[in-house]
Design a protein around this ligand. Structure first.
Ligand code: ZN
Length: 135
């Protein structure tokens, strides 16, 4: 009973608030990274930057201006599409033993090619461009 009351109160509190998104996830990862660097290199002042990021993340999550924060998130996703796809292609290449993954230089679509074929021409299914890649 008590547990459900808290859950109901929390849901009521969060109603109409923005919540979390990809930008908050990236900012949280950045805060954790800065904290680890601060601990490893004994730079205590870095914790103020981490704290600032955590306050900003909570401000965004609890804000009721959902359109503003959704626009921020869209801008973040648009600006980081290439590095995010590069990371995804790298991770896919590590997981898949039979294929390697490359970004099309024209449209940034991830293209899968068989491994072990040397330097090959890759035909992008997204834009039709052909580019050279090591498989
Ligand atoms: Zn393409």
């Amino acid at each position: 009973m008590m547990k459900n009351q808290w859950k109901t109160k929390l849901l009521e509190f969060m109603k109409g608030r923005y919540g979390t998104d990809d930008l908050n996830g990236t900012l949280l990862a950045l805060a954790v990274l800065i904290t680890i660097i601060g601990i490893v290199f004994n730079l205590g002042w870095l914790s103020y930057i981490s704290l600032g990021l955590l306050i900003y993340i909570n401000y965004r999550s609890l804000s009721k201006d959902t359109q503003k924060h959704a626009a921020e998130n869209r801008a973040y996703l648009n600006k980081t599409v290439v590095p995010r796809r590069m990371i995804k292609a790298f991770v896919l290449s590590l997981k898949d033993k039979e294929h390697s993954y490359h970004l099309c230089p024209g449209c940034h679509t991830i293209c899968r090619v068989p491994k072990g074929k040397g330097q090959i021409d890759v035909h992008c299914p997204g834009c039709g461009k052909t580019f050279s890649a090591k498989s």
